[in-house]
Design a binder for this molecule. Structure first.
Ligand SMILES: NC(=O)c1ccc[n+]([C@@H]2O[C@H](COP(=O)([O-])OP(=O)(O)OC[C@H]3O[C@@H](n4cnc5c(N)ncnc54)[C@H](O)[C@@H]3O)[C@@H](O)[C@H]2O)c1
Length: 482
């Protein structure tokens, strides 16, 4: 039986990692590159084990595991390896007349010892992707994977212990008790992926030590469908982004559809037709759909479906099997706005369609709710695209597709408001784990008495002119003009 993780273990772990960090080992370019290369070896040599663990935990299809977890990770690591020198190089900064003569730069400094707490739905991607950022930025890091995906969690522990430098990169497995002990420690950053409810616990714990946090949360991501769209492609992309991504158990999953009453019948017909084309007449038997992670989440989803005035709104699917943790792709039409399903993040294979008198109303519906992690629009109307992008507040926006923005490394990935704070991916991951240190270099040349006491009206005028970078005024004062 594994030894219980106690308070002293948590405290010793942080002390040990802080000692490594203070020794400077993690700051070197070589160390960072070596660790990143080890992560690449994990992806290259252990893909079948990773796919098997994800199948154990979630029944995740091989294609989804190989592409959306392993291949995306491989991309992240390769990008970091390619760009690391550039990322680490100090950025030159402009100086002003006030400090003349001087030069300045911004140095990206590692924060120290950081904690990454990840979620169960993409357990490899969501664990290793932030770790790539932490290592790239030169930190020591502890990863706490989710206990709800135990096969993935123990494989992460095994592989990271096998390949990475144990003096600076560690994994702690466990649930609430272990995480609470970790949260009692002083970290230099906490990077949390999970629900907004638990995020409040994380932020409260972090506040005790004034530790900064990145919170990667979720929310109800809306999909607006305009009638001026390529409906066939629209529906295929929605199905892929909803059920084809862990059966709706994804943070950027379409949560509900908004479309007009007039256009809805066409959307529904196409959805029904394509769902059969994707998953067959009996989707409960399909090998291309993940199962629900556990009975708690199965019961949570069942409760949403079984609520009064909701179950009668099912227009497709609705089959479920608690033993097998399976729920069929399910579409609902015009459920009450105050129902559970329209107020809690669904995070599963249910998709309500909410119909409107005109598409304009979709802006009000979205604005009246907490800010989502993603908002999607399908249209060919250029003006509508621009208005949506400019006025809808969400972590990210995708026009005419679902979820694909998270594969673009030049875009920050993160939430806003209730969907989170901070962001990562690509260089943003490096920045999330760095302190941008301002450094100003002055020489002893050109020392002037104007800022030294005793003060005078003349010194005051000159200093004001310098601070305002007003050269004309500077000359006037120096030449004695009023
Ligand atoms: N933004 C993103 O990148 C992203 C990705 C995946 C999931 N999510 C969001 O995460 C949520 C689902 O994930 P989840 O169910 O694993 O979230 P969760 O909040 O239940 O768990 C996430 C992590 O928090 C830990 N945890 C749970 N209870 C805790 C407690 N009381 N104290 C301390 N730690 C605790 C868990 O051990 C786990 O490691 C959804 O809201 C989803 O949208 C966001």
């Amino acid at each position: 039986m594994a030894r219980v993780f106690e308070a002293a273990d948590a405290s010793n772990l942080v002390t040990e990692l802080r000692r490594s960090f203070d020794s400077g080992v993690t700051r070197g370019y070589e160390w960072r590159v070596n660790q990143l290369k080890k992560l690449l070896i994990i992806c290259d040599n252990h893909e079948p084990e990773i796919v098997a663990a994800l199948h154990d935990d979630l029944g995740k299809p091989e294609l989804e595991s190989s592409v959306y977890e392993v291949a995306l990770l491989r991309n992240s690591i390769k990008l970091a390896l390619k760009q690391l020198k550039d990322w680490m190089a100090p950025d030159k900064a402009k100086t002003s007349l006030t400090t003349f003569p001087s030069s300045a730069e911004i140095i990206s400094e590692p924060l120290g010892v950081v904690l990454v707490i990840s979620a169960w739905n993409y357990p490899f991607l969501l664990s290793i992707d932030p770790v790539i950022g932490a290592i790239s930025a030169g930190n020591a890091v502890v990863l706490k994977p989710s206990e709800l995906s135990p096969a993935s969690s123990s494989l992460l522990l095994k592989l990271i212990e096998q390949y990475l430098d144990p003096s600076a990169v560690r994994v702690v497995e466990g649930s609430v008790a272990e995480t609470t002990l970790l949260l009692d420690q002083k970290w230099d950053k906490i990077f949390y992926t999970g629900s907004s409810k638990i995020a409040r616990i994380i932020m409260t714990a972090a506040a005790k030590h004034l530790t900064p946090v990145v919170l990667e949360l979720g929310g109800k991501s809306p999909v607006v469908i305009d009638s001026d769209t390529n409906l066939k492609v629209t529906i295929k992309r929605i199905i892929q982004g909803k059920w084809g991504c862990n059966n709706g158990q994804a943070c950027v999953s379409p949560d509900y559809i908004l479309t007009t009453k007039e256009f809805a019948p066409k959307v529904i017909d196409e959805l029904k037709q394509e769902l059969v084309a994707f998953y067959g007449k009996n989707p409960m038997e399909s090998k291309d759909l993940s199962h629900i992670v556990n009975t708690n989440h199965f019961d949570r989803l069942s409760k949403m479906l079984e609520e009064k005035e909701v179950s009668e709104k099912i227009i497709h699917g609705g089959e479920k099997d608690r033993e097998k943790l399976k729920i069929a792709p399910t579409i609902l039409l015009d459920v009450p706005l105050d129902s559970l399903i329209m107020n809690e993040e669904i995070f599963g294979p249910l998709l309500p369609i909410f119909t409107l008198n005109n598409l304009e109303e979709s802006f009000d519906v979205i604005r009246s709710r907490p800010k989502p992690l993603a908002a999607y629009l399908f249209t060919q109307n250029q003006k509508l695209k621009e208005r949506f992008a400019m006025t809808v507040s969400a972590g990210g926006i995708v026009v005419n597709d679902i979820a694909v923005h998270l594969a673009v490394h030049s875009l920050p990935f993160g939430g806003v408001g209730e969907s989170g704070m901070g962001s990562y991916h690509g260089k943003f991951s490096f920045d999330a784990f760095s302190h941008k240190k301002a450094v100003l270099y002055k020489s002893f040349f050109g020392d002037s008495a104007i800022r030294y006491a005793p003060y005078s009206r003349g010194k005051l005028r000159l200093l004001k002119a310098l601070v305002n970078s007003n050269l004309v005024e500077v000359f006037k004062v120096l030449l004695g003009f009023k």
